[in-house]
Ligand binder design. Structure first.
Ligand code: BGC
Length: 752
């Protein structure tokens, strides 16, 4: 994309790097430090080492750090090792530049919050911000000063395992979650005490992998990149994210980690990113595997030139860049610019002044009761009540015999979900139910087992096989025992879904069906005629069409984290009224993906709906549950939305207000959602787009007016006709309600 060089860049290009330092003290310090560095030390700052992985010539990480050949270390949570390596960097290396210690603290460190998809289901950015501040505090104390989160990849395909790590399918919700996470983790500015550096990932469009297969190619036209996939990154950058992680896959045939347009034109020029870019693990090296770089030297040169400042784990920069610069094949200036960004972030973080965490306080911080309480609250608020026919829930306090059934019912590891830092059990559903119903007899039957068919790639590389599947005869015996337990009970709570390692990285699926013998188990237990509640622990929508038709109560608990069992029991008992909403459209079957609500209209008009986008022969096209859906133990009624004006000049804000009333008998939360549609313009716009939401709590009978402002930010879009962002005049529809199928409608018109 041709662009005019900004003046400062043009001057610095003409005058060389010495002239480039802007007059701010941090930049001057970075420049002064840079001037003292050898080429090897500079490349060191562009290198992130695996904590216990030897260097290219079998050097120990410690030796490399002492020689100034590393700027960061990843994959260790050993606080002693971290402190030791930091001492080597600060006290024993020539220039004493402190290290960044990176780790995937995705949803909590010691106290584990729900997985990010669950956090998005809270529709509560303030809670997300508070939660990530807690995760940051625990991380920083332990010595981890950089976390590889938030993942802000929009995901429309539930087969993709990493859908669990993001905020789901919607850009507006994704923006809110991206911003909240960066603020929570980093604080209002880099260098906020007890916070950590963030890394927004995976730039960009990693979630659109072909077929939902992890690491596969992505083909996304610019109109979708601009309108759907980029905005959460832009929001994170604007919130101050210090680093961005480049993705693994090819984007429109150019690997994201060698993609100059992406990393320089879009990220730095359009979005104004001022931090530094880290590659995903080994992604610089894999530029060669992609059939893009000719060899490792070419990979290193092209990664750096494209805009990857720091090479995660592959040691390609360390191995290749010195010779390339010395041979004049890579300008020294490219290296200097990359290093300056890294030093600037370290300086802005105050790392030189405060290089160490506070491991002596680790236990005290980990055991802070407020942290534990926060994880339980987050879990409660993340739970989505999908179905509750005949008010099957909440369960009576007086229940005498409860059977908890299912392979996840008593699994303390699985309840925490993927990307957990420490081993150790969370509160299981069984434990939560026992604690909630102390007088009841609570039994547990696993009812069979399920496992991944293939080992995780890093386990396989370490020679670990996939866990063996339970033999069929044993599955059958466990199933029979579970059915017997159901027969003896007043009520059955079935806990089905996925093991933690069945969603996340390298966990894509060809089918959304319940794995193992879970479907058979569910059907056999339901056939007993006992009241059944289905609790799902999972990182993606699954095919639960049968359950939807046969099980009156279905609770989506995601992977709710270390207090998950308590939070689930709180909801089952009615102590907490669920108020979470789906951050994804729930497909009816695997064949229904990609599923997202904000698709375009088709050639059908109002009168001729037969030609609308649909599966015509075998299945309804609508989702099983729409985006934004979630029930409550109470009910809400909406008034008609009112507008402060029905005509406005393009760019002038329009205020939409709506009255919401709790029409039931108990207090509850509703997420009030606002959707718009622009009827005509230079390009077709989605049939509906979320443009406002607010989670409110209402006492029985209480009414609240909720208002939203539709300003430039909400109304603009990137038009493929003009190749630019703009607000276009024309007619708009507005809907307000409790899901993406909201009916309460109004309209307004923008004029020139
Ligand atoms: C993942 C990243 C993660 C990195 C470091 C990669 O495999 O794709 O999301 O941050 O590993 O652990």
């Amino acid at each position: 994309m041709a662009r005019l060089l900004p003046l400062a860049a043009a001057i610095s290009l003409l005058a060389g790097t010495a002239f480039a330092a802007p007059p701010d003290p941090v930049a001057q310090r970075a420049q002064a430090l840079l001037a003292r560095m050898t080429l090897e030390e500079k490349i060191g700052q562009l290198t992130q080492l695996g904590a216990e992985v030897p260097g290219p010539n079998q050097e120990k990480p410690e030796e490399l750090i002492r020689a100034g050949k590393a700027g960061s270390v990843l994959w260790t949570i050993d606080s002693d090792l971290i402190a030791r390596l930091q001492r080597v960097a600060v006290q024993e290396s020539r220039l004493g530049i402190p290290l960044l210690f990176g780790y995937d603290v995705i949803h909590g460190y010691k106290n584990v919050f729900p997985v990010p998809l669950g956090m998005a289901a809270t529709w509560d950015p303030a809670l997300v911000e508070r939660s990530q501040a807690i995760a940051a505090r625990e991380s920083w104390t332990a010595g981890i000063n950089w976390t590889f989160t938030p993942m802000v990849d929009i995901a429309r395909d539930a087969r993709w395992g990493r859908i669990v790590e993001g905020a789901g399918e919607d850009t507006f919700l994704g923006i809110a979650m991206a911003r909240a996470q960066v603020r929570g983790l980093q604080g209002p500015a880099l260098g906020t005490p007890e916070r950590v550096l963030t890394s927004v990932k995976h730039f960009a469009a990693y979630g659109a992998a072909d077929g939902g297969r992890d690491y596969d190619s992505v083909y996304v036209p610019e109109v979708l990149l601009q309108n759907v996939y980029f905005p959460p990154f832009r929001a994170a950058v604007e919130a101050g994210a210090g680093t961005v992680m480049s993705a693994y896959m090819t984007l429109n045939d150019v690997p994201a980690s060698g993609n100059r347009w992406l990393l320089r034109d879009v990220l730095r020029q359009d979005m104004g990113f001022k931090g530094f870019v880290i590659s995903d693990a080994f992604a610089v090296q894999s530029l060669e595997n992609h059939g893009y770089a000719a060899d490792n030297a070419d990979a290193a040169a092209r990664g750096l030139q494209a805009g990857v400042n720091m090479d995660m784990a592959s040691n390609s920069y360390m191995r290749q860049l010195p010779a390339l610069v010395k041979a004049g094949k890579l300008p020294q200036r490219v290296v200097d610019d990359a290093v300056r960004d890294v030093l600037t972030v370290k300086l802005r973080m105050g790392l030189f002044e405060k290089p160490y965490g506070d491991p002596a306080r680790k236990e005290a911080v980990f055991n802070d009761p407020a942290h534990r309480a926060a994880t339980r609250e987050a879990a409660q608020r993340s739970i989505v009540l999908l179905r509750n026919e005949g008010r099957a829930l909440p369960l009576a306090a007086a229940l005498k015999r409860i059977a908890v059934i299912g392979p996840l019912g008593d699994s303390g590891e699985d309840i925490k979900g993927s990307w957990t830092v420490e081993k150790g059990a969370g509160v299981t559903v069984l434990e939560g139910i026992k604690a909630r119903w102390p007088q009841a007899e609570v039994t547990f039957s696993r009812g069979g087992d399920m496992q991944r068919a293939y080992a995780l790639p890093w386990d396989a590389n370490d020679g670990k096989p996939a866990p063996a599947l339970m033999p069929a005869a044993e599955q059958q015996a466990e199933l029979a025992q579970a059915v017997e337990a159901a027969r003896q009970a007043d009520t059955v709570v079935m806990v089905l879904g996925e093991r933690a390692n069945m969603s996340g990285e390298a966990a894509s699926v060809a089918s959304l069906a319940l794995q193992g013998n879970q479907q058979a188990l569910l059907q056999a237990v339901v056939a007993t005629g006992k009241p059944v509640v289905l609790v799902l622990l999972n990182g993606r929508p699954l095919d639960i069409a049968w359950a939807d038709a046969h099980v009156p109560a279905i609770v989506e608990a995601w992977f709710p984290g270390s207090e998950g069992g308590h939070a689930i029991a709180d909801v089952l008992s009615g102590a907490v009224n669920p108020g979470g909403k789906l951050p994804v459209s729930w497909p009816r079957s695997t064949g229904h993906v990609p599923a997202y609500y904000n698709h375009n209209l088709t050639h059908a008009n109002e009168a001729d709906r037969n030609f609308t986008s649909r599966y015509s022969t075998d299945a309804p096209s609508s989702p099983l549950y729409p985006f934004g859906h979630g029930l409550s133990y109470t009910t809400f009624a909406y008034g008609a939305p009112t507008l402060d004006r029905t005509t406005a000049r393009a760019g002038e804000p329009v205020k939409v207000s709506v009255k919401v009333r709790n029409t039931g008998a108990v207090a509850g939360d509703e997420v009030v959602q606002l959707y718009i549609h622009q009827r005509a313009g230079s390009a077709a716009r989605p049939q509906r787009e979320l443009k406002g939401f607010q989670r409110v709590n209402l006492q029985p009978g209480a009414e609240q007016t909720v208002s939203f402002t539709l300003g430039r930010e909400e109304l603009k879009f990137w038009s493929p006709a003009t190749m630019a962002w703009g607000v276009e005049p024309g007619a708009f529809d507005v809907w307000v309600g409790g899901s993406s199928t909201a009916q309460a409608h109004a309209e307004f018109r923008l004029t020139r």
